[in-house]
Write a protein that binds this ligand. Structure first.
Ligand code: GTP
Ligand code: MN
Ligand code: MN
Length: 597
């Protein structure tokens, strides 16, 4: 049986790549699917898979008058977010994975997961999904192949990556591709593993159907394996949006920004500036991941490896993010939102009246006023980036865009001021390394506790965090024209727990200051934390309906809060042990000296 499967895999394959064929045959022999389907990425294939997914209940068609080409998917209620405690980095030595990752010895992990994968696709179809991360033909672009038994995964990968024949053509006969194996299994959290084998460029994911765990190109390849490859090859794989901001004079500045999950990347990347900014334009290159490497002109160039957006739905509306609303108006897959009686989707924070009755994300009747949320807080949309009205013309450019500024930001109800600029690269790396953020629904676990999240990469770094920070420090030697580094916080709260800064489009005011600093146009004021906007010639607050005291509070630096903060940072650095980079320890000492001085 198994050998017949293996033979079949080779016979129908639209490739002669010997390494790929041998691997597919081996995985098929283990998982024993009834059928093997090589995905070509065509429109006909999409239709066929969609029809099948509707028939088997995986997708619910939405009202084509309201949302043409859109579908709703309900995941298992025990499977709604990334599972960090079940995510493993499998390196020969535990120290290579570092103290912030779960670790398994590679052979032990292969053995353990083989038992789960053994025969798991009996009666099912194995899809072979070749895909490219990055524009086709680009020097930074990487090829992956995901084997999966989920049609939902195939349809999502089709939106999120350049999937199918083109990717297979780009691979040719090379053996340089990521080997991804996924089975939804029985969706039992006790039998769920997301394992990364950086040395083998391999990912095995079992027992989940949730995006971040199963769309293997995204967090698994583009960040965990990507960061490992980046260190070996001298580039950076980061949890960052990329945007272009063009001034009325036509000058475009490209910026990358790292915020933790559910902390505003997609919103910032698609922002519409307030009316005071007529003539300014924001364009999206990417909303979640940036691959950055030094370019021939000495600047740092970034590409977005993805082709779609897997975005947080709740809170999205025409006031906060009109471009996202347009993006998800057609050809979008919704996961775990609520269904309206007329076949549209609904979520908390959508425009308009709350409907009287809905079907909630678990498929149960829901009535207005219910204490339960109708949409899951981590419900998501999967939409092609080509739907985005402000997609940058550079999003498909294999060269990428030159980055002038890097922003680090977390969700902090206190302590961190609205914006500051690092004194230099090393200090900027310190700001990134000491990022903290209050946890959100994007990962399972308690929501609202501050955890250290260096560069928003804590859940996504594929190797030792200390080595990662050292890699960031080392990169300055290969980038003659270093981007300037900034820190922001949109989430400071007042005594009543209300956000002080209005955020969203109004973040343009902070962005303009950053652009002005990068272009060397505005003076600044030094503080113990970094450079901040001056009272005069600082932030443009024209037309902003916010009392002076609120601005004062959002930008304030309180020494007592910083003493607490330093203690929490110390715990994190201690965790890194001898791998805590010396340069960052010195930055820490300097900050303590400034605070005590
Ligand atoms: P991932 O896709 O999980 O990596 O998250 P993300 O960083 O793209 O977060 P996203 O832009 O989807 O925002 C997540 C949540 O933050 C949503 O509920 C937004 O409404 C909220 N948010 C985004 N920007 C702002 C802002 O400027 N101010 C405030 N108060 N909330 C914001
Ligand atoms: Mn993300
Ligand atoms: Mn996002």
């Amino acid at each position: 049986m198994a050998s017949t499967q293996a033979a079949a895999a080779t016979e129908q394959a639209p490739t002669k790549n010997p390494t790929l064929l041998a691997w597919v045959a081996k995985m098929a022999a283990m998982t024993q699917p009834d059928r093997i389907v090589w995905c070509d990425g065509s429109e006909a294939e999409k239709q066929r898979l969609t029809e099948q997914a509707v028939k088997d209940g995986t997708l619910i068609p939405l009202n084509p008058q309201k949302r043409p080409g859109c579908y709703l998917h309900r995941s298992n209620p025990n499977d709604v977010a990334r599972v960090e405690h079940l995510t493993f980095i499998c390196t020969p030595n535990k120290t290579d994975a570092g103290p912030t990752n779960n670790w398994m010895e590679p052979e032990a992990a292969y053995t353990k997961l083989s038992q789960l994968f053994e025969g798991c696709m009996k009666g099912r179809t194995m899809y072979v999904v070749p895909y490219a991360m990055g524009p086709l033909g680009g020097a930074s672009t990487k090829i992956g192949v995901e084997l999966t038994d989920s049609d939902y995964v195939v349809l999502n990968m089709r939106i999120m990556t350049r999937m199918g024949k083109a990717a297979l053509d780009m691979l040719g006969d090379s053996d340089d591709f990521n080997r991804g194996l996924h089975s939804t299994g029985d969706v039992n959290p006790d039998r769920r593993y997301i394992c990364h084998f950086p040395q083998d460029n391999t990912i095995w994911s079992f027992g989940s159907g949730y995006g971040g765990n199963v769309l293997l190109g995204k967090k698994c390849l583009a960040l965990r394996i990507g960061s490992y490859l980046g260190r070996e090859e001298g580039w950076l794989a980061e949890h960052m949006l990329i945007l272009g901001v063009t001034s009325p004079k036509g000058e475009t500045t490209y910026i990358a920004a790292a915020f933790p999950s559910a902390c505003g990347k997609t919103n910032f990347a698609m922002m519409i500036p307030p009316k005071e900014y007529a003539g300014w334009k924001i364009e999206t290159v990417g909303d979640d991941i940036a691959w950055m490497r030094p370019g021939p002109d000495g600047r740092l160039y970034a590409i977005n490896p993805e082709a779609g957006y897997f975005g947080v739905v709740p809170g999205t509306n025409y006031k906060t993010n009109p471009n996202a609303m347009e993006t998800i108006s057609k050809d979008t897959l919704f996961t775990n939102v609520a269904l309206t009686p007329d076949g549209d989707v609904w979520w908390e924070g959508k425009d308009g009246e709350v409907p009287e009755e809905l079907i909630d994300w678990q498929g149960k009747p829901w009535k207005k006023g219910s204490t339960e949320k109708a949409a899951h807080p981590n419900s998501r949309f999967t939409a092609p980036m080509s739907n985005n009205p402000v997609l940058s013309g550079k999003a498909n450019d294999p060269q990428g865009v030159p980055i002038s500024a890097i922003i680090f930001g977390g969700r902090r109800s206190n302590t961190v001021p609205l914006v500051l600029q690092a004194f230099n690269w090393t200090h900027g790396v310190f700001l990134g390394a000491t990022m903290g953020s209050e946890t959100t629904a994007a990962a399972t676990g308690k929501v609202g506790v501050v955890r250290r999240d260096p560069m928003a990469m804590l859940p996504f770094c594929g190797y030792h965090m200390g080595d990662y920070l050292q890699h960031w420090l080392d990169m300055q030697k290969s980038i003659p024209q270093l981007p300037k580094i900034f820190q922001v916080n949109w989430f400071r709260q007042d005594k009543n727990g209300k956000f002080i800064w209005p955020g969203f489009g109004e973040n343009m005011r902070v962005l303009e200051w950053i652009v002005n600093r990068v272009q060397g146009r505005v003076p600044t004021q030094e503080t113990l934390l970094g450079w901040v906007p001056r009272q005069d010639q600082g932030l443009n607050l024209n037309g902003l309906d916010l009392p002076a005291e609120a601005i004062q509070e959002a930008t304030s630096i309180k020494e007592d809060e910083w003493k607490t903060e330093l203690k929490s940072q110390e715990v994190f650095f201690e965790q890194l042990g001898t791998k805590a980079p010396e340069a960052l320890m010195l930055q820490r000492k300097l900050l303590i000296a400034r605070l005590d001085g």
